[in-house]
Design a protein around this ligand. Structure first.
Ligand code: FAD
Length: 247
């Protein structure tokens, strides 16, 4: 899996603070410099003033200003299962690689599941891995070897049969029906900072599946570089909060 930041609002925390200052000023923010808009906020310099205001907004649940700034991420090589989970978030915009227009006809079936075309979950090869609704706990070496063998054989066979159906003239949009749900997909997604916090509330949480959790943690790392005060505050004070209905 790879996650990169493609594009994002410039100076996002100036935009967030300006949105918020607009709500409580008689003057028009459009006529003022950023320093003038922030004049009455506590702090020795502009960075400290931003920290004061953003901390105040987040601690009081004033989340609207965080909707003005947006980031676009490119995600490579997540499973279709993970894609189905993240695309449930209705305020995120997506572009998803098509299996109607992209045919995986040149993939080597022997490499499938070993870094190629199908994501292999850690529980296929880690005897100590504990997942949700699992029968039993840690397993012995013999069991894990068997598990890995069945998994790898199954995904290889699916891809071989998919490619055979393409060779027999079946359209990619129909041949794909035999592919596993672990088949990799690339995606572009955009969301505003408020939504990013909501996605993180739900998908970086311990009860989420390992793959979407890993993707969300990577998104959060990039968000911390893009919008540092906001996501440092989020990490220190809000992450893993119990009430995860909406930020
Ligand atoms: C651990 C976990 C397990 C899950 N298991 C399942 C499962 O088994 N089956 C399944 O179908 N889904 C499952 N989901 C998905 C979950 O039910 C949500 O559909 C998904 O996470 C989207 O989040 P959201 O409801 O907050 O909506 P989002 O689309 O992210 O919207 C954000 C917020 O906007 C508001 N909102 C958006 N649309 C509406 C609306 N139409 N009406 C009212 N308020 C709205 C809500 O406050 C919502 O929280 C699971 C999610 C998690 C995290």
């Amino acid at each position: 899996m790879e996650v990169t930041l493609l594009e994002a609002t410039d100076d996002p925390e100036e935009v967030i603070c300006t949105g918020a200052r607009n709500d409580y000023m008689s003057d028009f923010v459009g006529d003022q410099t950023f320093e003038e808009r922030m004049a009455s906020i506590e702090g020795d310099d502009i960075e400290e003033k931003k920290r004061t205001l953003i901390g105040h907004l987040l601690s009081h649940g004033h989340y609207g200003p965080f909707e003005h700034v947006q980031a676009t991420f490119a995600v490579k090589g997540i499973s279709r299962s993970c894609m189905a989970q993240i695309t449930r978030h209705r305020h995120v915009s997506f572009d998803v690689q098509s299996m109607r227009y992209v045919a995986f006809d040149d993939v080597d079936p022997e490499a499938v599941g070993e870094g190629e075309m199908v994501v292999t979950p850690p529980s296929a090869s880690d005897p100590d891995w504990i997942g949700r609704n699992q029968k039993g706990g840690a397993v012995d070496d013999e069991t894990i070897e068997k598990r890995e063998e069945i998994f790898q054989e199954s995904v290889k066979r699916s891809v071989e049969e998919y490619q055979e159906l393409l060779d027999l003239g079946m359209p990619p949009e129909d041949a794909r029906f035999v592919l596993p749900i672990g088949t990799e997909v690339n995606m572009v997604m955009s969301m505003n900072a408020r939504m990013l916090m909501h996605v993180a509330d739900m998908r970086a949480a311990a009860d989420s599946q390992w793959e979407i959790r890993e993707m969300t943690e990577r998104v959060l790392d990039l968000a911390k570089e893009w919008c540092p005060i906001t996501f440092a505050y989020y990490e220190e004070n809000m992450k893993n909060r119990k009430n995860r209905l909406a930020p």
